[in-house]
Design a protein around this ligand. Structure first.
Ligand code: VGL
Ligand code: ZN
Length: 216
């Protein structure tokens, strides 16, 4: 079923940064292959927002901070936290957006994960599920009430951003072919289940019809 983009819609592009692309510190398989599609999607929207994973050194999510190994989990004060290779360090090339991403139409770049002691997968709430990034307030003040998510990674930052966006009252849709997963054991299956349970549709990019054709 086609969906025509409205003035009150926003495209949320999650973490399309070098470290999540092939050759990066936390590379997502084929992470860069979705970029031309995302550039095309951005032309169909009036409003595009990017998120940028933006960690300080010794961040809680880094395995090295705990003298541990990547993909182990630890108990943080807010619950379990997966450990990752050091990635998206502030002011490093790995934290930059991939050079193929056309970011000119972007109205907001939202950084997250900058607190040393709390990770933030979600663009809305940090991993304590309490500390706000301010994005919900921004969207509400601009009367942007429907969000379409794409980017990296499907099973972490896209997943948790979608779930929180929906909980916070935004109509939320995931453009599945414009995402790629990290793919830890069960992480994609769990994401599919969680999105379905939250009534968040996963659509194909071909269903997204541009705002302008609605006016023609
Ligand atoms: C992400 C793991 C750690 C993501 C960010 O963007 O999905 N995953 N930091
Ligand atoms: Zn991160």
């Amino acid at each position: 079923m086609p969906i025509t983009i409205q003035e009150s819609d926003a495209l949320l592009v999650i973490d399309l940064q070098n470290d999540f692309c092939p050759g990066g510190a936390l590379e997502v398989h084929e992470g860069d292959t979705i970029i031309p599609l995302i550039n095309s999607l951005a032309t169909r929207f009036s409003h595009t927002i990017l998120t940028q994973d933006w960690h300080p050194t010794q961040h809680i999510s880094f395995a090295t901070t705990h003298a541990s190994q990547p993909y182990q989990t630890i108990q943080a004060s807010y619950g379990s936290q997966t450990l990752w290779p050091e990635h998206c360090l502030q002011n490093t090339p790995g934290a930059d957006f991939h050079p193929s991403l056309q970011i000119d139409p972007t109205e907001l770049i939202l950084r997250k994960g900058f607190r040393p002691h709390i990770d933030s997968y979600s663009a809305f709430l940090e991993n304590d599920h309490f500390t706000s990034t301010g994005l919900a307030g921004y969207l509400r003040e601009r009367s942007l009430n429907r969000i379409f998510l794409c980017g990296l990674a499907y099973d972490f930052c896209v997943r948790f951003s979608a779930i929180d966006g929906k909980k916070l009252g935004f109509e939320t849709i995931v453009i599945e072919d414009a995402t790629r997963p990290v793919n830890l054991p069960n992480s994609v299956a769990e994401t599919n289940t969680a999105l379905a349970a939250a009534n968040i549709p996963r659509i194909h990019s071909s269903q997204v019809l541009p705002l302008k054709s609605a006016l023609a």
